[in-house]
Design a protein around this ligand. Structure first.
Ligand code: ADP
Length: 403
């Protein structure tokens, strides 16, 4: 992707928020970024960061169209002047690309319709992503619009990794399989990890642990995702802020027999499980502080989270056969020496993973190698750069379709 130039507006539209970042692709620098929060509520909040200053504006914002007007208004009021920027592309984060999209894709009416047909697979995310696409296409009809899918990087999963052992009708008619998410982050971090250990991307085997509010682990062999912990939806796998990760599949039936409705079940698994379910808080930093002060629920939560991480690291070492690096990223992965140490505890003899405690403790921002010099596997902290990755992929697609 080297040699790319231009400025890309990255849009990440959630159900009640619209995040944006105006990125200079060549330097990787953000020219301005911001978020409109609480879309659809009585009073929303817009924040626009430019030139080291943060501008805030509160007011009504009924829908994503109105949110986009606020964003354009913030650019008008505080700069940079969008009319003076020749946009190479607008890059849209789209959560679910199903089995249809294995690469970033220039958006036209047909692509938009396909993303709409994928709504049953991502009912919480794809409708909001589509809103973002629609308002941006209306406002910038002449700028290439590119969809960058969370799932695309994982389309290289082999059938034995993406197939659930369930009946054909569910697999084929209902498209039930493992898709995987956080793809832009796993792609970026695994590439960076290969660079940091001095291997060609095609020669590096990396386990990426993306630990934010959502969390997922991916086994990357030679630049290709070969297994990942999130599945049909972003609920499977690791313990997360409000989601449980792996569960016994009999749980819905078990709870239904106890009178719990499907809506209640869905809500609890998306919003009230994981760290929140175990401790009442989905904020890992708070849970760590409480654990350090002796709170037994918080201690258990950290132990459950770390145990799940160890299991996945062991499983993905078996999937990969050889591991060159384990890379931690996202809020918890980048900032929590405690969780990193707990996740790798006891893996020295089995996997040759040897953490350097001082390097781990010191690594709370930026890129770091936190393993000992004699560790067989490099342990890395690599800050994720999802917006930059989306901007680069969008610029690449736009330049390929408009030489
Ligand atoms: P999102 O998935 O929403 O982008 P982030 O990647 O920002 O989330 O991660 C948010 C999580 O990171 C929260 O649980 C937060 O408590 C945690 N986190 C941030 N800083 C620290 C820290 N210094 N120590 C422990 N956890 C932290």
């Amino acid at each position: 992707m080297s040699g790319l130039t231009g400025v890309v507006l990255v849009i990440n539209a959630g159900s009640s928020s619209l995040k944006y970042d105006l990125i200079d692709v060549e330097s990787g620098a953000s020219r301005a970024s911001g978020i409109v929060e609480r879309i659809g509520e009585q009073s929303s909040l817009a924040k626009h960061a430019v030139g080291g200053e943060l501008h805030r504006q509160e007011g009504p914002c009924p829908d994503h169209g109105a949110a986009f007007e606020l964003v354009l208004g913030a650019f008008d009021a505080h700069g940079p002047d969008l009319a003076g920027v020749e946009l190479a592309a607008v890059g849209h984060r789209v959560v679910h690309g199903g089995a249809q999209f294995s690469a970033p894709t220039r958006i036209d009416d047909e692509v938009e319709a396909t993303i709409e047909r994928l709504i049953p697979l991502a009912p919480l995310h794809n409708p909001a992503n589509l809103e973002g696409i629609r308002v941006a296409r209306t406002h910038f009809p002449d700028v290439p619009q590119v969809a960058v899918f969370d799932t695309a990087f994982h389309q290289t999963l082999p059938p034995h990794a993406y197939t659930y052992a369930i009946n054909r009708v569910w697999r084929e008619e209902h498209r039930v399989r493992r898709y995987g998410f956080h793809g832009t982050s796993h792609a970026y971090v695994s590439r960076r990890a290969a660079e940091l250990v001095g291997r060609a991307v095609t020669q590096a085997n990396v386990i990426v642990l993306h630990l934010g509010n959502g969390a997922s682990a991916t086994a990357v062999a030679g630049g290709r995702s070969v297994d990942t912990s999130m599945g049909l939806s972003p609920l499977e796998g690791l313990v997360m802020g409000t989601r449980p990760g792996d569960l016994d599949p009999s749980l819905p039936a078990h709870l239904a027999r106890a009178g719990i409705s499907l809506e209640e079940y869905d809500r609890a698994l998306n919003k009230d499980s994981g760290l929140k379910g175990l401790t009442g808080s989905n904020d890992a930093r708070e849970v760590e502080e409480r654990a350090a002060a002796g709170d037994p629920d918080a201690r258990l939560a950290i132990d459950v989270m770390a145990h799940r991480l160890r299991k996945y690291i062991g499983a993905y070492a078996a999937v990969l056969g050889r591991v060159d690096a384990v890379a931690f990223t996202a809020g918890i992965g980048e900032h929590s020496p405690t969780v990193r140490a707990a996740a790798l505890d006891g893996l020295r003899d089995l996997l040759g993973i040897e953490l350097d405690p001082a390097a781990n403790a010191a690594a709370t921002s930026g890129e770091h190698r936190i393993s000992t010099p004699s560790s067989r596997v490099a342990v890395l902290v690599v800050p994720t750069a999802e917006e930059l990755e989306i901007a680069r992929e969008a610029a690449e697609v736009a330049s390929a379709s408009h030489p």
